[in-house]
Design a protein around this ligand. Structure first.
Ligand code: NI
Ligand code: MN
Length: 228
């Protein structure tokens, strides 16, 4: 059996390491007070970026420029990154593609997407990712509110692990994330996008207690990992 290693780097940043490669999702590191690694420590084949907000695009362009890692993102954001010197591959919601490390399908996310420049630069629709690596399915919801088609995602995919935001204010709060888990039916769920800043302060143990009816909760601290 191949083992897929999922490491948490704070906020919504996770790296996935399988037998055919390694990816990082939403590498918000330098500006993230909870991050356990620096951008210079990231050695990956691809960087998946869910949307243009600074706490997700993060250090993606720098990582791509220094290592050649391919940024995989919705079209407008991929073009934004390319124009700033990154290597990128554009996709869009509903589309999937097989890469050497595994396959990626972009899912919808109810949110915004603009790069933090003045004035803001619009970077298309935000997304989530349904990732298949080593026959394991990992769903990273991105930044999103609860939406009913999570039910469909749960029907179409046997999700081994769902990474769900619980921070509230900008994204789902814990109670909506519990309903998301009920619809997605993942074997395991890891909360994300909380406690990085005061405005998204949450108690992950409270979420874990409420969600365990539907999925096995695992709370990761930055620097911790789990294996599938
Ligand atoms: Ni956002
Ligand atoms: Mn965010």
């Amino acid at each position: 059996m191949n083992i897929l290693k999922i490491s948490f780097h704070g906020h919504s940043c996770f790296s996935l390491e399988g037998k055919a490669g390694k990816v990082i999702i939403d590498p918000f590191l330098r500006g993230n007070p909870t991050a356990d690694i620096k951008p210079s420590q990231v050695k990956v084949d691809a960087v998946l970026v869910s949307h243009g907000h600074g706490d997700h695009l993060g250090d993606a362009i720098e990582i791509s420029k220094s290592t050649g890692a391919l940024i995989i993102a919705p079209y407008e954001l991929a073009v934004y990154c390319q124009r700033r010197g990154a290597a990128s591959h554009a996709m869009h919601i509903g589309g999937s593609r097989r890469f050497p490390f595994g396959s990626v399908k972009l899912t919808q996310a109810l949110h915004g997407s603009a790069a933090d420049e003045d004035p803001l630069v619009y970077t298309g629709n935000p997304c989530g990712f349904m990732i298949n690596m080593d026959d394991k399915v990992v769903y990273h919801a991105g930044d999103t509110g609860l939406f009913g088609d999570m039910e469909l995602l749960g029907k179409l995919n046997f999700i081994d692990l769902a990474l769900l935001p619980i921070g509230d204010n900008f994204v789902m709060g814990p109670d909506d994330a519990v309903i998301a888990a009920q619809m997605l039916k993942p074997k395991m769920v890891v909360p994300m996008h909380y406690n990085t800043f005061e405005v998204i302060k949450q108690d992950p143990d409270d979420f874990a207690h409420k969600v365990e009816l539907y999925s096995k909760p695992v709370i990761l601290k930055p620097g911790e990992h789990l294996e599938l």
